[in-house]
Design a protein around this ligand. Structure first.
Ligand SMILES: Cc1ncc(COP(=O)(O)OP(=O)(O)O)c(N)n1
Ligand SMILES: Cc1nc(C(=O)O)sc1CCOP(=O)(O)O
Ligand SMILES: [Mg+2]
Length: 213
C-alpha cells in the first residue's frame, strides 16, 4: 500500500535527469522533461542558493517536478516541489520540517536493508541504485543488476520507484521492463554526443511521468 508520510507523487515519474546546473535544468525542461533534480555537490548553502532559487522558479514555470538534492533547508525556504536525500542524510535531516512544509521526499537505497530504512520513513518515492556500473559517482557497493532490481520492484509494488546508475539509451528498455516507474540518468544525457536527441529518445521510452498527483 502506498501511503507516504509526505505528499504523494505520480506512480510513474518517467524520465528523471539529474543535473548540476540551472543551464541544464532550463534546456531539459524546454525539451519536455517534467521530472528533474538539481544535484550540486560540496558547496555551502550560500554558494548554491541562487542556483536553487533559479531552478525552483524554472520548475514552477514549466509545471515540472523539481527535486533538490541534499540542500533540504534551501528547498524548504524556497518551496521546491521536492527533496532527494541519501541514507546517510536521513539521520541529520529534520524530516518533520520537510513534511510540514509540504515537500515531496525521495530516498536513495542500494539493498534490502536500506529499503527497510526508507520504508520506515514513508517517503514519496524510493530510488534503487546503482543498477549498472557508473562513472559519475564513486559507489561503495557493487551494481545490483537487473535481476535484483526486478526483485526490489516486486517488493515495492505499489510504491513509486526510480532506478539509477549506469542507465544508457541501450539499457533503458530492459530497465523499464522490470516495472520501475522512472529512470534517473546523468551521463546518458550530459555526456551524449547529441543531448537533445538522447533526451527525446529517453522521453519516448520512459515518458515524462504521469500527471501531477
Ligand atoms: C533519483 C536519485 N537517486 C539516487 C540519488 C543519490 O542520492 P544520494 O545517495 O543522496 O547521493 P548524492 O546524489 O547526494 O551523491 C540521487 N541523487 N537521485
Ligand atoms: C548520483 C548517483 N547516485 C547513484 C546511486 O546509486 O545512488 S548512481 C548515481 C550516478 C548516476 O549517474 P549515471 O547515470 O551517469 O550513471
Ligand atoms: Mg544526496
Amino acid at each position: 500500500m502506498y501511503q507516504p508520510d509526505f505528499p504523494a507523487v505520480p506512480h510513474r515519474l518517467g524520465l528523471y535527469p539529474v543535473v548540476d546546473s540551472v543551464e541544464w535544468i532550463a534546456r531539459l525542461l524546454e525539451a519536455g522533461v517534467r521530472t528533474i533534480q538539481l544535484r550540486i555537490k560540496d558547496k555551502s548553502d550560500d554558494e548554491v542558493e541562487a542556483d536553487v532559487t533559479a531552478a525552483i522558479a524554472l520548475g514552477r514555470r514549466y509545471r515540472a517536478r523539481l527535486f533538490i538534492n541534499d540542500y533540504w533547508q534551501l528547498a524548504i525556504k524556497h518551496q521546491a516541489y521536492g527533496v532527494h536525500l541519501g541514507q546517510e542524510d536521513l539521520g541529520t535531516t529534520d524530516l518533520d520540517a520537510i513534511r510540514q512544509a509540504g515537500l515531496r521526499l525521495g530516498v536513495s537505497t542500494h539493498d534490502d536493508m536500506e529499503i527497510d530504512v526508507a520504508l520506515a520513513v514513508k517517503p514519496s518515492y524510493i530510488a534503487l541504485g546503482h543498477v549498472f556500473p557508473t562513472q559519475t559517482k564513486q559507489m561503495p557497493s557493487s551494481p545490483q543488476g537487473l535481476a535484483q532490481l526486478a526483485v526490489h520492484i516486486a517488493r515495492l509494488k505499489n510504491y513509486p520507484t526510480v532506478a539509477i546508475g549506469g542507465i544508457s539509451l541501450d539499457r533503458t528498455p530492459a530497465v523499464l521492463a522490470t516495472g520501475v516507474g522512472s529512470i534517473a540518468v546523468v551521463s546518458a544525457i550530459t555526456q551524449a554526443p547529441d543531448w537533445h536527441m538522447a533526451t527525446a529518445q529517453l522521453l519516448e521510452m520512459a515518458g515524462a511521468g504521469d500527471e501531477r498527483s
